[in-house]
Design a protein around this ligand. Structure first.
Ligand code: SF4
Ligand code: SF3
Length: 546
């Protein structure tokens, strides 16, 4: 295996024997094969569209779901991935026939010609992974784009589940994947594709924002309980709000409470979910602390998306772990949607009834709900605070959290920030500082949490609005600095989206991605002045905050 798609990759270069995330070599290879099949399907879909033909929604769903299940910490279940490979091979062959019947000639590439069965999957997978591209710079650009597409697929799938879709996003996604298999583009042309990926990232996050807010209302300032109640509970993790809604509906009146974990915390900010009195609070912290926190939670856990940490062999909570959507874990029950997209959570609810209530691990409240609509309602107050000098700078600290010790930097950075700065956050990165007593500025909390990682879109909307209010020509003239933490591929699409909006001088940490070759990193530094982090003191000087 060779995988270097996340920040925790082995030695900062690539996982080769087993993933640091716990992904086994055979699972990584199954994912490589799935990506090979996805590229094949995309090549034909792209050719069909180029010839003016429609492509069935089945193709869009397959590509989106497959990309999503290869995201870091989403799926550890070989069988679940191999079933997608089977399905993809069958779909690809059908599409090839369709293209043939329409007189469309297809490129003579391995992605379309290989016809192996299950027994050949493992050996084939060895030849189709990341290292198939021998040129390090082209490999770097293709993978940067592919990881952006994986993040985009995740966000698109959530929007699609809520009935919101955009054909142009699928068209681009499949066109880009097709290019990575069938086109010999120059490095410059790949750079363009990467930046276009960012543009579609903005479009996708805007679509998901529309889907979430149309369905559940605009997030509003909310205090979220981090303690526990006296009844048994179900813990829901991941990012999918449709599952959140269904779980709340199905648990109502059952005597079972619902708690969010990690990236599901922002569900509390939506008006539609506030009406449920059994929606008690948020339990625990970012994804990587789940081994301890799931043990003390005592009740069942539902994963709607990444991040899953493989439970230890003797983990008693493994029997209470459920997966759905693109996620999977061997031995854990998978909840399948019916033909109408509905899910039956009754088995989880029945298990919860037999469990002890959660053990309290902390007490108190955290505040959030500062997505674009809410912040723009406070715009006058915010603008006054900037004009009077009460707020000197906004510091965007969105992104992911992770288990590396070096991420303590973000807590220390937040603590060391001058009192006239406000942190704008989104994503699970917030758990590094959202429980610190950082206070407020004229009633504006010093940590404004917009929501999940996809709600980084809100931060971009806020920045655009401030640019307008202050009558500036360039978003980079705003008193905003960017110190973003990344871990998995959703952060990659957030980064590309910000670049496509013209944001410069983003600092990305705790380390730059291993998949950026020195030459590609240089392009990003020269064009966008991207930097990384060093230590708190020096960085405060660089950001002119000391
Ligand atoms: Fe390694 Fe990250 Fe890939 Fe897991 S996802 S195998 S930790 S690079
Ligand atoms: Fe976190 Fe996995 Fe990325 Fe949605 S839950 S931000 S790491």
């Amino acid at each position: 295996m060779f995988c270097y798609q996340c920040q925790e990759t082995m030695k900062g270069t690539g996982c080769i024997l087993k993933g640091v995330c716990g992904k086994e070599s055979h699972t990584a290879k199954a994912m490589d094969l799935l990506m090979f099949v996805v590229r094949g399907v995309s090549v034909i879909a792209d050719e069909l569209r180029n010839a003016g033909h429609a492509v069935s929604p089945e193709v869009n769903r397959f590509v989106v779901d497959s990309l999503f299940c290869t995201i870091t910490n989403a799926n550890f279940d070989d069988e679940s991935i191999l079933c997608r490979v089977d399905k993809g091979m069958e779909l690809r062959n059908r599409l090839m026939e369709e293209a043939g019947n329409k007189g469309i000639s297809l490129p003579a590439i391995d992605e379309l010609q290989w016809q192996g069965g299950r027994e050949e999957y493992a050996s084939k997978a060895e030849t189709v992974g990341v290292l198939r591209e021998p040129d390090v710079d082209l490999r770097s650009l293709k993978e940067l784009m592919t990881y952006g597409l994986k993040g985009m697929a995740a966000y698109l799938e959530h929007a699609m589940r809520l009935g919101y879709d955009d054909a142009s996003i699928h068209t681009f996604m499949q066109h880009a994947l097709a290019a990575s298999a069938a086109k010999s583009l120059s490095a410059d042309e790949w750079v363009k594709m990467v930046l276009q990926t960012g543009e579609y990232g903005v479009k996708t996050m805007a679509l998901l924002d529309k889907a979430n807010t149309s369905r559940y209302g605009n997030p509003e300032i909310t205090k979220v309980n981090i303690g526990v109640g006296k009844r048994p509970g179900i813990l829901i993790s991941g990012h999918d709000l449709k599952d959140m809604e269904e779980l709340l509906k199905q648990t109502e009146g059952t005597g079972v409470d619902v708690y969010t974990h990690s990236e599901m915390l922002p569900a509390h900010y939506y008006p539609a979910f506030k009406k449920y009195s059994h929606f008690v609070g948020n339990y625990g912290n970012a994804w990587w602390k789940q081994r301890e926190e799931f043990t003390t939670f005592n009740g069942p856990i539902l994963f709607t998306t990444n991040c899953i940490v493989p439970p230890l062999a003797n983990a008693e909570y493994k029997e209470r772990m459920f997966t759905t959507n693109s996620t999977g874990y061997p031995g854990c029950k998978y909840i399948q949607a019916d033909a109408e997209g509905r899910k039956d959570f009754s088995e989880i609810i029945e298990i919860a009834k037999q469990c002890q209530p959660p053990t309290e691990i902390e007490h108190g409240e955290i505040i959030g709900g500062f997505a674009h609509n809410q912040v723009l309602q406070l715009a006058d107050k915010v603008v006054d605070a900037v004009k009077s000098g009460a707020i000197r700078k906004f510091v965007v600290m969105a992104g992911c959290d992770g288990r590396m010790k070096s991420r303590d930097y973000y807590t220390e950075f937040a603590k060391a920030l001058p009192k006239d700065t406000v942190i704008l956050t989104a994503g699970c990165a917030k758990y590094r500082y959202n429980k610190l007593p950082l206070g407020d500025i004229n009633g504006i909390p010093r940590v404004l949490d917009a929501g999940q990682c996809n709600d980084s879109y809100s931060l971009a909307v806020i920045a655009m609005k401030l640019k307008e209010v202050f009558e500036l020509n360039d978003i980079n003239e705003l008193p905003i600095v960017y110190n973003i933490a990344w871990y998995e591929q959703k952060a990659v699409i957030v980064l590309l989206a910000l670049l496509s909006l013209g944001v410069k001088k983003i600092h990305l940490g705790p380390t730059l991605p291993a998949f950026l070759s020195p030459n590609v990193a240089k392009v990003l530094v020269d064009t966008f002045q991207i930097g990384t982090i060093s230590d708190v003191e020096d960085d405060l000087k660089i950001f002119q905050l000391s």
